[in-house]
Design a protein around this ligand. Structure first.
Ligand code: FAD
Length: 385
C-alpha cells in the first residue's frame, strides 16, 4: 500500500508537495485552513491575525523565468515581474494542470501533529484536524509542514538607528494592506530555533518522516528551492535517499551553532543562502543535477545555454527522477518568454512604405548625382571662360 502523507497548508509549498508525492507514488492528503489555495499570494483587504499575506501593491522581485516550477513555465505573455493576482493565477493553473485540487481539504485546520506511540518503529504521525467544528484524527506515514516560513513577523527594529525617536506608527508588512489603511496595532516577534538538516528534516527525529517545507531564505526565487526540497523529501520518505542518523545530525547541529557563534560560518536565519549552491546540493541528493561536460558533448547548444545562461529550474528536469521531456525546449526558449511581454507595442506594417522609401532613395541618389555632375561641369565652364 502506498504511504499516506499529510500535507499541512495549500500555499505554494503545499501544492508542490502534493505534486512531488504523486510523482513518487505516495498518497497525499492536504489540509488547508482557509477556503482557498495559494497561501499568502491570496490578497484580501483585511489582514488576518497570524496570517501573512501579500499587500495590495506587491510586485514579485524575481523574474518569471527564475521563479517558476521546473516543469511548468509561466505563459509567455505574463510580465517578467508581476502583481499578486498574476502570481496567484499561475499557482491556480499549476494546480489545475497537474490535477492537484482533489487532494486538498479546504477549511480544515490542523490542530496537532504528534508522534504515534510506536514512532521509533513506524515513523507514523497522528494528525488532528477540524473542519467546520468537526474534529478528526488520522494516522499518516509522513507529514510535510507547509504552513509558511513567514508566519511570524520579523521586526529587526534595532537595525534602524533613531527608531526610538520616531513618533509615527510602526507596522510590519503582515499588517500593511494598502496606503489607505493604517490602523492595525504593532506586534512583537516570536522566534523558535530549530535545526533542520538541509533546512528540511528536523535533526532530533528517530525516523525522517517529517519535512518542513519552504523554511529557507535564498538569494533568488523560492519556488525552485521548495520544489527540490519536495522532490528530495518524498524520496527520503520512500527510503530511496538516506539521511544521516539523528545522533550525527545533532552533533553536526551543535558544531554548526558554535561556528556561527564564533562568526566562522554565516547564520542562515539572518543571511540569505546562495541560490545555486542550495539547489545544486539538493539536486545532487536525488541525482537530478545535470553534468555540464556531458551536456556540452551530447548537445552543445543546450550545454552552452545551461552553462552561460541563467540558472533556471528547468535544468533540474533534464536528468534523473522526475525527468521532463519539455525541459530542453523550456531552456532554449526561456529568452523568448522573457522578451515576449516587452513586445506589446503594435508595429505598423511598413512593407508598402518601405518599397516607396526604397525608390525615393534611388531617385534621391540619382538627383544628387545629377546635380553634382552639373556643378562640376559649371565650374569647368567658368574656368574655360
Ligand atoms: C510580501 C511578500 C512578497 C514576496 N515576494 C516573493 C517573490 O517575489 N518571489 C518569491 O519567490 N517569493 C516571494 N515571497 C515569499 C513567499 O513566501 C513564497 O513565494 C511562497 O509563497 C511561500 O509559500 P508557502 O506555501 O511556504 O507559505 P504560505 O503561502 O504562507 O502558505 C501557507 C499555507 O498554510 C496554511 N496553514 C497554516 N497553518 C495551517 C494549519 N494549522 N492548518 C491548515 N492550514 C494551515 C495557510 O492558511 C496558508 O494557506 C514573498 C513573500 C511576501 C510576504
Amino acid at each position: 500500500m502506498a504511504k499516506q502523507v499529510a500535507i499541512i497548508g495549500a500555499g505554494a509549498s503545499g501544492l508542490i508537495s502534493i505534486k512531488c508525492c504523486l510523482e513518487e507514488g505516495l498518497e497525499p492528503i492536504c489540509f488547508e485552513r482557509s477556503d482557498d489555495i495559494g497561501g499568502l499570494w491570496k490578497f484580501t483587504e483585511t489582514s488576518g491575525h497570524g496570517k501573512t499575506q501579500v499587500y495590495k501593491s506587491v510586485v514579485t522581485n524575481v523574474t518569471k523565468e527564475m521563479s517558476c516550477f521546473s516543469d511548468f513555465p509561466f505563459q509567455e505573455d505574463y510580465p517578467n515581474y508581476m502583481n499578486h493576482a498574476k502570481f496567484l493565477e499561475y499557482l491556480r493553473s499549476y494546480a489545475k494542470h497537474f490535477d492537484l485540487l482533489k487532494y486538498i481539504h479546504l477549511k480544515t485546520i490542523v490542530h496537532s501533529v504528534t508522534k504515534c506511540p510506536d514512532f521509533s518503529a513506524t515513523g507514523q504521525w497522528e494528525v488532528v484536524t477540524e473542519n467546520e467544528g468537526k474534529q478528526d484524527t488520522a494516522v499518516f506515514d509522513a507529514v510535510m509542514i507547509c504552513t509558511g516560513f513567514l508566519l511570524n513577523p520579523h521586526f529587526p527594529l534595532k537595525s534602524f538607528p533613531g527608531i526610538n525617536k520616531f513618533q509615527g506608527q510602526i507596522l510590519h508588512s503582515q499588517q500593511y494592506r494598502s496606503p489607505e489603511d493604517f490602523q492595525e496595532p504593532t506586534r512583537s516577534l516570536c522566534k523558535n530555533k530549530i535545526y533542520l538538516y538541509k533546512y528540511v528534516f528536523p535533526s532530533n527525529l528517530e525516523k525522517p518522516t517529517m519535512a518542513i517545507m519552504g523554511h529557507i531564505s535564498l538569494k533568488g526565487a523560492l519556488f525552485p528551492g521548495i520544489e527540490l526540497q519536495g522532490r528530495w523529501a518524498t524520496r527520503v520518505f520512500k527510503g530511496l535517499c538516506k539521511i544521516p542518523p539523528t545522533n550525527q545530525l545533532m552533533a553536526e547541529a551543535t558544531k554548526k551553532e558554535q561556528l556561527i557563534k564564533r562568526d566562522i560560518i554565516m547564520d542562515p536565519t539572518k543571511e540569505k543562502m546562495d541560490y545555486i549552491t542550495y539547489l545544486d546540493e539538493l539536486a545532487i541528493c536525488i541525482g537530478a543535477k545535470p553534468s555540464i561536460l556531458s551536456l556540452f558533448l551530447k548537445d552543445p547548444r543546450l550545454g552552452k545555454e545551461v552553462f552561460f545562461g541563467p540558472c533556471t529550474s528547468y535544468q533540474y528536469r533534464l536528468t534523473g527522477p522526475g525527468k521532463w521531456d519539455g525541459a530542453r525546449n523550456a531552456i532554449l526558449t526561456q529568452w523568448d518568454r522573457t522578451l515576449k511581454p516587452l513586445q506589446t507595442r503594435i508595429v505598423a506594417d511598413f512593407s508598402e512604405s518601405s518599397a516607396v522609401s526604397h525608390w525615393l532613395k534611388i531617385w534621391g541618389g540619382a538627383s544628387v548625382l545629377f546635380f553634382a555632375v552639373l556643378l562640376v561641369y559649371k565650374v569647368h565652364e567658368v574656368n574655360f571662360v
